[in-house]
Ligand binder design. Sequence first.
Ligand code: PAF
Length: 279
Amino acid sequence: MLPPIVTTIADVRAAVDAARAAQKPIAFVPTMGALHEGHAALVRAARGFVVVSIFVNPTQFGPKEDFAKYPRTIEADQKLCGEAGASLIFAPGVEEMYPTNSVTFVDVAKLGDHLCGAARPGHFRGVCTVVLKLFNIVRPDVAHFGAKDYQQARIIAQMVRDLNVPVEVRVEPTIREADGLALSSRNRYLSADERAVAPRIYQMLQATRVRAAAGEIDAARLESALAADLATIPGARVDYARVVDAETLQPLARLDRPAVAAVAVFLGTTRLIDNLVLA
Ligand code: PAF
């Protein structure tokens, strides 16, 4: 069944209030649309009255990024949401989410200093602001995020803890193509040649895990080997290849605590991210 689409804050709140009055837990899957199996897995993991938001959030895109050309596929998204078991889609316009006099933003310090935070200044400020607004609008019991956006999930969990937001953040495993490529709305931009080499990103993260398991504990050496591997992919430009503390996302000297290897790689003009927890 196709879930209804509402576009106003008043309508989504009324639907959520009715579901809560019927004793249903409220689950929430925030997205920017262009949905794929990774999003479907988040919806399937959700229980109760499942709200999916579809909002391409302008405040998380830099001036030279792909906001205008970000894919908008609402009909296909509604179908996928229906098949995955969503109850309602909240698809507001920019004016509904950001009235012209809105001047408040949410900044989570430190966790955004490296990785995508360094490569995309202002990105996580936009993400946190919109996610907190969505939490305040939907007021879910549980919210589901994907592990592919490792830094995003960590920052949101920290925001929820620091600001006492009454929501449980659950992070679901990355969904991959059979050849290992992490699902992403941006994969559709890849040319056939780029798509053919894209799975090597994950293979190289796995090689990093093998090196760490074999006893390499020097993070800088792991990072340079990973960056060197990635640079061998035809047409690739490495944005970053880092091995950082899995909790604080700060640089590490040695792998003496849980760590994550995280990368961003341009294939042509498409920027892909992926990560692997090392221990
Ligand atoms: O991961 C995304 O799709 C977005 O960053 C999110 C969490 C929906 C906020 O716009």
